[in-house]
Design a protein around this ligand. Structure first.
Ligand SMILES: [Zn+2]
Length: 320
């Protein structure tokens, strides 16, 4: 198995969580003669119909800060779980499922795409029409260019397929489902995006999005997040969450259980503005390079993940 900082932390967490939850390897990726397990952490109740919060990171390997945030969250959660009886009680009636590094080879080799040159967040078999920006929105020209979608009609990449299968198996049976998928690299501010990525079509769960946003705004009036549809920033082909959302909606119908896939897009341009030289390194545009800024980023977003966990447990307050 490939040894690198993030994988070592994930392996250490896997040992820890074997005692307080369940850890599953949903796929093992082979790249450059090394193997890369994709870990999924199961915490809390096991009844699949109970409400679920899914946390996902590292779909784009370069955007390591998302993986770091989830590893930090898991480390902190394990510590709290030891002494906080209320937390253990809460987890009896909901489930927390965390996949902190969907694209481990990308994290290891500092690439946005997986080892086959495919951008996993452009890899779902859905087209967006003419809207998306050239290249950035996903393309099929060459795997040497970023945002490559893969060959038309080919099966999905092993990482995207493993994530979709995991979401279908573990999350779709739930009576209420929130996912937060963590990315970085776009814009000055921190955005909480809801679907669609493919077009400006109204999101069918807009009502629940608005109620949840209202709870966030009223409870934490000084929060830093811009809550908006992804299509307001740009549209893309092949978005995995659009794909999964549509499939879920077709299955459960408009009056069925709610599923909102959020994207936390951490605005990285501010890190670059404060430390312009990092714009010239491979990782710089996507991550806080300075140690104090990394710490601040962890502090900044951990409360949001706690908010989502409480929001899924109390889904009656917004999901009906
Ligand atoms: Zn990303």
């Amino acid at each position: 198995m490939s040894e690198f900082l993030e994988m070592k932390r994930a392996e250490r967490l896997a040992d820890q969580y074997a005692k307080i939850g369940r850890v599953e390897v949903i796929q093992t990726i082979q790249a450059r003669g090394q193997s890369f397990p994709i870990h999924a952490f199961h915490i809390g109740a096991t009844d699949p119909t109970l409400p679920v919060l899914g946390l996902v990171g590292g779909i784009h390997g370069l955007e390591k800060v998302g993986t770091h945030l989830l590893l930090s969250y898991l480390e902190s959660f394990a510590e709290q779980y030891r002494w906080d009886e209320d937390l253990r009680e809460r987890m009896k009636s909901c489930r927390l499922l965390v996949v902190p590094m969907v694209n481990p080879a990308g994290v290891r080799f500092d690439t946005r795409s997986n080892a086959n040159g495919v951008d996993l967040m452009r890899n779902a078999p859905i087209d967006s029409g003419k809207g998306p920006p050239f290249l950035l929105g996903g393309h099929r020209f060459s795997r040497r260019l970023p945002w490559y979608r893969g060959i038309e009609g080919a099966p999905m990449e092993a990482e995207s397929q493993a994530l979709c299968d995991f979401v279908r198996r573990e999350m779709f049976p739930s009576r209420a489902l929130l996912v937060v998928d963590i990315h970085s690299g776009f814009g000055m501010g921190d955005r909480l995006w809801y679907p669609y990525a493919r077009s400006a079509d109204p999101f069918p769960r807009l009502h629940q999005v608005e109620r949840l946003a209202e709870i966030l705004n009223r409870s934490f009036p000084n929060h830093i997040y811009m809550v908006e549809p992804q299509s307001l920033s740009y549209t893309t082909h092949g978005d995995l969450w659009d794909y999964l959302f549509d499939e879920h909606l077709a299955k459960v119908g408009p009056s069925g259980p709610v599923f909102i896939p959020w994207t936390l897009e951490m605005g990285s341009w501010i890190w670059v503005r404060k430390n312009p030289l990092q714009a010239f390194s491979a990782l710089g545009p996507f991550n806080p390079v300075k140690a104090h800024r990394l710490k601040r980023t962890m502090r900044r977003h951990l409360p949001l993940l706690d908010f989502f966990l409480r929001a899924i447990k109390n889904h009656g307050a917004w999901a009906l």
